[in-house]
Design a protein around this ligand. Structure first.
Ligand code: TYD
Length: 205
């Protein structure tokens, strides 16, 4: 496991992107150097893979889909994450392997064990030392889905997937040895931020 490497995870609408920025800002205010990455993306290959993955027209079987996420992640590790950690920086990821275990595994076609196995093969111990899941509740999700308009991506347009991911994030275990901490998304953003800081202090310092 890689210390100073933290992933924020959660269903769409859980507020993780806001919390990624808040956590990065707080660490910077403490004098740390911090980079943030998003998945899939953050490298040239990753952005191209993102286009294939999110564009709903390209036929993709379940294993190919998971392996595309993992190819983007392997490149991100090599190009961005490992050099940053070696230079003593913190890396905060907006999604990492737990998203694959949830979306392609528990809530998708592969099942948790198979998705976790594929992640293990590609990543080994190159994983965050802390995975924070922001849990939301189905009522929050329904409100958000009702407000959504316009084009949807491959994942947003899969019937029932959003609801299944909410339930899957409540129980996901990931790969053996993963530290998964859940935070209640009914708390307001300041309270969530405080809980995240507490976890980071407790676990990583
Ligand atoms: P993201 O850009 O995080 O979407 P949002 O900003 O709406 O949270 O992720 C894009 C989509 O890809 C999202 O619906 C979740 C999905 N996804 C997977 O299915 N598997 C994965 O491994 C990752 C990282 C994302």
């Amino acid at each position: 496991m890689m210390s100073r490497f933290i992933a924020l995870e959660g269903a769409d609408g859980s507020g993780k992107s806001t919390q990624v920025e808040r956590l990065a800002d707080w660490l910077r205010s403490e004098g740390e150097q911090v980079i943030t990455v998003r998945e899939p993306g953050s490298t040239s290959l990753g952005e191209r893979v993102r286009d294939i993955l999110l564009d709903g027209d390209e036929p993709l079987c379940a294993e190919a889909e998971a392996l595309l996420f993992l190819s983007s992640r392997a490149q991100l590790l090599d190009e961005v994450i490992e050099p940053a950690l070696e230079a003593g920086q913190w890396v905060i990821a907006d999604r990492f392997h737990l998203s694959t275990v949830v979306y392609q595994g528990l809530a998708g076609e592969l099942g948790e064990a198979r998705a976790a196995q594929l992640c293990q093969v590609v990543l080994g111990d190159r994983r965050p030392s802390l995975n924070i899941v922001l849990e939301i509740h189905v009522e929050q999700l329904s409100k958000r889905l009702a407000l959504r308009s316009g084009a949807t991506d491959r994942f947003e347009s899969r019937p029932g997937l959003a609801q299944r991911t909410v339930a899957a994030f409540e129980k996901v275990v990931g790969i053996a040895g993963d530290r998964v901490v859940r935070i209640d998304g009914r708390l307001d953003a300041d309270q969530v931020e405080a809980r995240i800081r507490q976890e980071v202090v407790d676990v990583l310092r």
